[in-house]
Design a protein around this ligand. Structure first.
Ligand SMILES: Cc1cc2nc3c(=O)[nH]c(=O)nc-3n(C[C@H](O)[C@H](O)[C@H](O)COP(=O)(O)OP(=O)(O)OC[C@H]3O[C@@H](n4cnc5c(N)ncnc54)[C@H](O)[C@@H]3O)c2cc1C
Length: 456
């Protein structure tokens, strides 16, 4: 398995500009006019830079969720064309085996109070790029193989999202925040009448709602599978056109300790979500709290004639309704801070308790939810980072000082994506890949690396 493409993923954001400028000075990018090298580049990497096509650079990416596949894509995309690069992805359950595979998939760059999130514009843009790359990979296979097995429609539902205000105080805050929305994901303030034209059966406590027409509902598993296909296509394309071959392998294997990989790789990127604390080298060293979430899949029974209108938006309130089709929706999510259970299986009792919490909340904005029948529940464990003045920001950075057993291999951590892995994974996967390629964690935003205080 291998191979991969690249349209230009470069963007004008300040973070990415900074990263690009530093990349130009990296020994891994010999076409640059600068020959200075990053002080933190590894010895092995420098060795490879002197004989790019002969010395393969080997990276391991642990985890094939949003974080791991974004890093893998961007490592391929940003590595020099003449470099022989080998990437091994390890996942104990396969693609989307963790929280990413069960996520609700609601995608927009705002907080629940519709405030633009940290680096919201860049995160939104980079995420949309990855989504379109994944869609294109499926599209190109459909046209090559003449198959519709992976339909583009199944990756993204383009319906927009409707957010009702729930009380007067809430309305003031939301209105103010909505004024600073992105042009590429605008927030229209609408009244009850307009809302009823979008979702005829919606119930709104106040005569005011916020409508995000460009917000998306992603099918996470289909998306991740398509992103992996895009990585494979990119490997093929780069290997065919450049002097250095690219190889990509997906191993369905659990890594029980990082030392198992010692000596095999130039860099190991740990993207194993809520299970990071289970690695003996990282146990107790990451400032993460776990929170289990359950999502219920509901379906309209055949005897109910009226279905959810074709283009009506998903709904975001105390519970969210992610519409999957005229007769299927997901309702979520619960927040169980006491659970460390990573299983996606939901026993009957847990499902029943989740429905008791979710249905009244959903019913407050969409009373007709009572007509829908429960089909199944699934669950995942969120790895929640500490709350900072900028929100709950993911944790990135070098962890050699924590791992500390093989100076030739650089260890990196990319986790704590909390409840927003989908939004963050594009931009942060890109920055992470650029930092790994250069062995320079100063390319990462300090807000995301400040947790790593023990860094040597
Ligand atoms: C119920 C629920 C709903 C959510 N809804 C949304 C949403 O609508 N939008 C949004 O943006 N975010 C949502 N999230 C959050 C989102 O799912 C996470 O932020 C994101 O999935 C984290 O991605 P990750 O790649 O870091 O981890 P994961 O997706 O958990 O990936 C880690 C991978 O590593 C593998 N792995 C673990 N341990 C090992 C090991 N030792 N060796 C090898 N492989 C290993 C796992 O099998 C898994 O595939 C939701 C989360 C939950 C629980």
């Amino acid at each position: 398995m291998l191979l991969s493409p690249l349209k230009s993923l470069h963007s004008p954001s300040s973070l990415l500009e900074r990263s690009r400028r530093r990349r130009a000075a990296s020994p891994l990018f010999p076409t640059s006019s600068s020959s200075s090298s990053s002080s933190s580049s590894s010895c092995s990497v420098r060795c490879c830079s002197s004989s790019l096509s002969r010395c393969p650079l080997r990276y391991a990416v642990l985890g094939a969720g949003f974080a791991g596949l974004s890093v893998a894509w961007h490592l391929l995309k940003h590595c020099p064309k003449d470099l022989h690069l080998i990437i091994d992805i390890y996942d104990e359950s396969g693609i989307g085996g963790g929280a990413s595979g069960v996520a609700g998939g609601l995608l927009h760059p705002y907080s629940p109070k519709v405030k633009l999130l940290w680096q919201g514009a860049s995160c939104w843009r980079e995420c949309l790029k990855l989504l379109s790359i994944a869609e294109a990979a499926v599209g190109s296979r459909e046209s090559t193989l003449g198959t519709h097995e992976c339909s583009r429609e199944k990756i993204i539902h383009r319906r927009g999202i409707l957010r009702p205000a729930v009380d007067a105080k809430n309305l003031d805050i939301l209105s103010k925040n909505a004024e600073n929305c992105l042009p590429s994901c605008r927030i229209d303030s609408i009244d009850k009448e307009a809302a009823k034209t979008l979702v005829p059966d919606i119930r709104v406590p106040f005569n005011s709602l916020f409508y995000m027409p460009e917000a998306l509902n992603v099918h996470p598993l289909n998306y991740l599978q398509a992103l992996f296909m895009a990585c494979e296509d990119l490997v093929k394309e780069m290997s065919a056109s450049g002097s250095g071959s690219k190889e990509l392998y997906l191993h369905k294997r659990s890594i029980n300790q990082l030392s198992d990989l010692a000596g095999e790789y130039h860099a190991v990127v740990v993207c194993i979500g809520a299970k990071a604390n289970l690695l003996p080298e990282l146990a107790g060293k990451l400032p993460l709290r776990m929170c289990r979430g359950v999502i219920a899949h509901l379906r309209l029974p055949d005897h109910v004639k009226e279905s959810y209108p074709d283009h009506s938006p998903s709904i975001l309130s105390d519970a969210w309704l992610a519409i999957q089709g005229p007769r299927d929706l997901l309702v979520g999510s619960t927040w169980d801070w006491k659970s460390n259970n990573t299983s996606r299986e939901v026993p009957a009792e847990e499902a029943s308790q989740a429905l008791d919490k979710l249905i009244p909340k959903a019913s407050a904005v969409y009373p007709k939810i009572k007509d829908w029948a429960f089909i199944r529940a699934k669950a995942g464990l969120r790895a929640m980072p500490p709350l900072t003045s900028e929100g709950s920001l993911p944790l990135l950075g070098r962890i050699d000082h924590i791992v500390d057993f093989n100076q030739d291999c650089k260890y990196w951590f990319f986790g704590g994506l909390g409840a927003r892995g989908l939004l963050y994974h594009g931009l942060l996967g890109k920055l992470m890949a650029q930092a790994v390629l250069q062995g320079d964690d100063s390319l990462l935003p300090s807000e995301l690396t400040s947790w790593n205080k023990l860094k040597s």
